[in-house]
Design a binder for this molecule. Structure first.
Ligand code: ASP
Length: 315
């Protein structure tokens, strides 16, 4: 039997202990542990990596603290548009959706695209039509509402910022720990198959149908049994431009780097060189995991069949 491992993230960014109340910190850690336990149980019972990452993401999407599903950030127009992707490292099958609304669990729609369509990437209204046709669960706008996300958006909605302008001090203060709240999971199952999944509301005040790296296969999400399964979080534009997730895979495939060294190079050298703040989680088919970020913190957790069971927030 192969080693089995699950790793998850709930976003990276300027997450500082000083900005956190003990209650909020405990709630985040509990949310992470809960997702970790439920997805680990899938692996422990012999379930597939695909089912494990999906299970983790459903829990995190349902948790209002994270920027995915319920609690997703608001766009310039004051609505929630969500992106998600999943990839199966066993056969390189993938499914992704972008700019979808009212879908309770965007990851379920991504899985549906992967398993029950002839396509990889659906967007906007068409993706929503497909969701309805497949009987995917929908919710009214109110379901996704979070006061915190609303206040975040209200503070910048009249500007052209989307929480990245470092000259607006007040804005930065407000955005601080919530800049990136995307959720993701990577898993290696007891058969040595790996998978990756990512889900997000994107960036607060985004407009023009902006889509980040999360649903872009190779940028924010990638899995290949030969190399690694990766899920990213951070400033999406940089992760797209550096094809971050696939770059880790390439460093492993063509340069024979191990998982940790390949991720280290992409996060601390390549992304840093272009001011790409954020991080990523990864596993390989031997069950090794790595969780690496260049920001102050990353909500994260890892659990395996050798007794590792950690959740953490700060560096
Ligand atoms: N990477 C995501 C995006 O750019 C944001 C995040 O990680 O929270 O849409």
């Amino acid at each position: 039997m192969n080693n089995y491992t699950i790793a998850i993230h709930g976003g990276a960014g300027t997450i500082l202990k000083d900005d956190m109340t003990p209650e909020l910190e405990a709630a985040y850690l509990m949310g992470l542990q809960n997702a970790l336990d439920i997805s680990y149980a899938v692996l422990h019972e012999g379930g597939s990596a695909v089912n494990a990452v999906k299970a983790a993401l459903v829990i995190l999407e349902d948790n209002i603290l994270f920027n995915a599903g319920r609690g997703a950030v608001f766009t310039k127009k004051g609505v929630q548009e969500m992106d998600a992707a999943i990839m199966d490292g066993k056969n390189l099958m993938a499914g992704a959706v972008a700019g979808i609304r009212n879908v309770r669990n965007p990851i379920e729609l991504a899985v549906e695209v992967m398993q029950n369509s002839n396509h990889v990437f659906l967007s906007g209204k068409g993706a929503n039509d497909f969701a309805i046709k497949q009987g995917i669960k929908l919710e009214p706008d109110e379901y996704f509402y979070s006061q915190f996300r609303y206040d975040q958006w209200k503070a910048i909605r009249d500007s052209d910022n989307y929480s990245l302008d470092h000259t607006h001090h007040h804005l930065e203060e407000l955005m601080k720990d919530k800049k990136f709240g995307t959720v993701g999971a990577v898993a290696c199952d007891s058969n040595g198959n790996i998978a990756a999944a990512t889900s997000t509301g994107g960036m607060t005040n985004k407009k023009y149908g902006r889509i980040g790296d999360s649903p872009v296969i190779g940028a924010g999400t990638y899995a290949n049994n030969k190399t690694c399964a990766i899920s990213c979080t951070g400033h999406g534009e940089m992760f797209i431009r550096s094809v971050a997730a696939y770059d880790v895979s390439c460093l492993m495939e063509y340069k024979n780097l191990n998982l940790h060294d390949a991720m280290q190079k992409v996060v601390h050298e390549k992304l840093m060189n272009m001011n790409g703040e954020g991080g990523m989680i990864g596993v390989d088919a031997a069950g090794n995991a790595a969780l690496i970020f260049n920001s102050a913190g990353m909500y994260r957790g890892v659990k395996n069949n050798h007794g590792t069971n950690n959740v953490a927030i700060y560096r």
